[in-house]
Design a protein around this ligand. Structure first.
Ligand code: FES
Length: 57
């Protein structure tokens, strides 16, 4: 599923990046992707995806 439509970033991509880079918050994802830099509507969903990803690792 697309989390960030503006930049085509999926939940799978966020989970992969978070696991590969040891990122546990949206800020970390935003440092390595343009997530949230356009309309910002994806931030909340991205946060939920990261929290779910952290909970399963
Ligand atoms: Fe992510 Fe617009 S959906 S910046």
């Amino acid at each position: 599923m697309y989390v960030c439509l503006c930049h085509g970033i999926t939940d799978k991509k966020i989970m992969k990046l978070s696991q590969e880079h040891g990122i546990y918050d949206v800020r970390g994802i935003r440092q390595i992707t343009p997530l949230g830099s356009q309309c910002g509507k994806c931030i909340r969903t991205a946060k939920e995806v990261i929290e779910a990803s952290v909970a399963t690792t």
